[in-house]
Write a protein that binds this ligand. Structure first.
Ligand code: ATP
Ligand code: MG
Length: 690
């Protein structure tokens, strides 16, 4: 019981009935779960009879580590997993009752898209993805195809429901399940098959659920069936952190608990152990306008701490530079010593790119969670393979990727023979292709094509060495991409034109970035971009190929975290920057009507969910928090003027200042936004919603 306050102890000690821990961020809800696992074991419950459900696989791994630290190796037997992993377990053990083979396969999103294309008779992936989205929502609401058709509101929905029927038939034929089935099918299994249900209910002595506010209707039903009438479960959650409504999660699950379980014990935690008072105050202010499901208060004893900073920036690049400068200066001041003490959080995946580039430039190791790293994208890896080959001809993996991307008539067979030849004579592939005796192993036509490729690489390398400055680099890179037909290759290999276009945009951005480096843009210590000597393209390629291994090497180790707000849930860092806090991004795309004072119920709910997202972001910070916004933001390929997020005004910071920003200006900004916020709320209450 050490390390728990009285309220936490109460929740941990209550083991024989349903228990809900409802509390704000950082109040030790997750800690209650880990300690309760230990307490249950101490009270004699076998480890394998305890089930703890987390929101992500990563959270499960972490919880297992913590439990192990508390009770030792025995904790290995505790089942700690996500709802989906639990579903797999249930279906592998008992799915045969539903006619599912034990070795069923689990389809990923791409598989589902292609099956839907087939089921719906279309070749258009975008259409198929729309169906996929609708079907997934229906499944999350517990509807099958027939039920979906019965409740369809228009022809479009009716058609989708019929496609769903055909889709389901195909899954059965393929002995496959999709992601949503991993919840839906176990639910069906337990609901319709009493012996299976009883077996599981007898096995499970206690079920614990973290992040309960983000469960959906089917997950709640599944939980009910797992625990049975005895209701031995512990759910912990925070209605203010419900951020997956768009994926079917529902706060009804919280509302229903006291109704479905009259003997529910509700424990509230009020002390926050994570953040300083300044951070907590900002968080409380932001969430305050949202309607309250349960009244809550949060306090912290960690002291006032650093004031929350508002950082205004000209554009995304400037923001990234300032973010890097902030990280560096906090480290220089000795306030945070490890890279892993820092996180930069943002609303949308695409925001990572500019941040990544700035971090790379400053040689700061980082990882991107909750989305793909820009440098991990297939198209960027393609280009990097070529660059690596210019820099180091003996880089075999780079050789193989470059020689086949785009395809240039050098086939699998040729490459295999080249590989055999190379390893026989202990040569790199590139060396091997110029070897005189290669003709003994390959046809003269194949040797010819290989020679042509080799000469091309040599030529590129030579030219790259003699290309200096941004303009020349840009010209060179454009010519090269044209030569190899890379744009055509993207459009040929990607059916969805929009996706192909966005991949091509990434390529152009990457080339721009390289060209700027050749122009000699470097950073001084304060993160201000200054001009320096021009560099050759080969020098730039060299640093890039060096850097492209940083994040690989340091995965999950001592690195700065870049993460979407959604993926940051439940986690904490000493120093956090919330980037891109502008209207349109956070909150995301406000709809037009809003500014004219007509706020629809849907818009209002969406803004409330965005506000919760901001609250989640703020409350990840332990010691320092910076909130940055940009005066311009990129919309597609254009720049548009941007306004600071309304949430910045709502944070109602008292002492926040920035170097360039006189207080007066900020005050005026705040007043303006308070006025806007008031108008929004007023409009809401006129409609009787607020
Ligand atoms: P979130 O809502 O963000 O998921 P949470 O309520 O799950 O937060 P935890 O992550 O469990 O909160 O705890 C937040 C931090 O406070 C952790 O670093 C945890 O170790 C610490 N903590 C929790 N309870 C106590 C306590 N009683 N004494 C000291 N530290 C505590
Ligand atoms: Mg938690």
């Amino acid at each position: 019981m050490s390390g728990l306050n009285l309220a936490q102890q109460e929740a941990v000690n209550y083991m024989h009935g349903p228990c809900l821990v409802l509390a704000g961020a950082g109040s030790g809800k997750t800690r209650v779960i880990t300690h309760k696992i230990a307490r249950l074991m101490q009270a004699g419950l076998e480890a394998r009879r305890i089930l703890a459900i987390t929101f992500t696989n990563k959270a499960a791994t972490e919880m297992r580590e913590r439990a192990k630290a508390l009770v030792g190796r025995e904790a290995k037997e505790v089942v700690i997993c996500t709802f989906h992993a639990l579903g797999v377990r249930l279906l592998r053990q008992d799915g045969e009752v539903l006619g599912l083979k034990q070795q069923f396969s689990i389809l990923d999103s791409d598989d589902v898209t292609s099956i839907l294309k087939d089921a719906g008779g279309t070749t258009d992936a975008a259409t198929a993805r729309q169906w996929q989205w609708a079907i997934s929502l229906w499944k999350n609401m517990g509807l099958n195809a027939a039920q979906a058709e019965a409740q369809a509101k228009d022809d479009n929905e009716r058609i989708t429901a019929r496609i769903m029927q055909r889709y389901e038939e195909r899954l059965t034929a393929y002995q496959s399940v999709d992601f949503d089935d991993l919840i839906g099918l176990p639910l069906k299994l337990l609901r319709d098959h009493a012996p299976v249900r009883e077996k599981w209910q007898q096995l499970l002595g206690h079920v614990l659920v973290d992040e309960y506010q983000d469960t959906n209707a089917t997950q709640y039903e599944l939980l009910k069936l797992l625990v049975g009438d005895k209701g031995r479960f512990t759910a912990v959650g925070d209605d203010d952190q419900s951020i997956y409504g768009w994926r079917g999660a529902t706060l009804d699950n919280l509302r229903r608990l006291p109704q479905d379980w009259p003997n529910l014990k509700v424990v509230k935690l009020e002390q926050n152990y994570r953040s300083t008072t300044s951070i907590l105050k900002a968080a409380n202010n932001v969430i305050q306008p949202n309607p309250k499901l349960f009244p809550k208060t949060l306090f912290s004893e960690l002291g006032e701490g650093e004031p929350v900073r508002i950082v205004d920036c000209d554009n995304e690049e400037h923001e990234a530079e300032r973010t890097v400068a902030r990280i560096q200066s906090i480290r220089a001041n000795g306030l945070g010593k490890d890279w892993k003490d820092f996180a930069v959080l943002y609303r949308a995946n695409h925001q990572a790119r500019v941040l990544e580039q700035a971090l790379r430039k400053a040689q700061i190791p980082y990882k991107v969670s909750g989305g793909q790293s820009f440098f991990d994208r297939a198209e960027i890896r393609d280009l990097c393979a070529w660059l690596r080959l210019w820099v180091n001809n003996d880089d075999d993996p780079a050789f193989l990727r470059a020689v086949t991307t785009p395809k240039r008539g050098i086939g699998h067979q040729t490459l295999q023979s080249l590989g055999t030849f190379a390893s026989k004579y202990k040569l790199s592939l590139f060396e091997a292709l110029f070897s005189n005796s290669l003709s003994s192993a390959l046809s003269s036509r194949a040797v010819g094509s290989l020679h042509e490729f080799g000469r091309y690489i040599n030529d590129l390398e030579f030219r790259a060495r003699h290309t200096h400055g941004a303009e020349d680099a840009r010209t060179f890179l454009n010519e090269w991409l044209k030569d190899i037909g890379y744009e055509k290759h993207l459009y040929d290999s990607e059916e969805n034109e929009k996706l192909a276009a966005s991949r091509w945009t990434n390529v152009m951005d990457f080339c721009d970035w390289m060209a700027q480096r050749c122009g000699g843009q470097i950073d001084d210590a304060a993160g201000v971009t200054m001009a320096s000597e021009k560099k050759s393209l080969i020098e730039v390629a060299q640093t890039i190929s060096l850097l492209s291994t940083i994040s690989e090497r340091e995965k999950d180790q001592n690195v700065v975290t870049l993460s979407t707000l959604h993926a940051a849930k439940g986690l904490e860092w000493p120093h956090v920057v919330l980037a891109g806090c502008v209207e349109g991004l956070l909150p995301f795309k406000p709809e037009d009507g809003e500014d004219r004072g007509a706020v629809s119920e849907a818009t209002l709910q969406r803004i409330q969910e965005e506000r919760r997202l901001m609250y989640v972001g703020i409350t990840r910070a332990q010691r320092s928090l910076a909130v940055s916004w940009t005066k311009k933001r990129k919309k597609g390929r254009e720049f548009v003027a941007a306004q600071p997020s309304r949430f910045i005004a709502e944070m109602a910071l008292e002492k926040a200042t920035t170097k360039e920003d006189p207080r007066e200006k900020l005050k005026a900004l705040r007043a303006e936004f308070a006025k806007k916020a008031a108008a929004t709320e007023a409009a809401a209450s006129v409609q009787g919603i607020g």
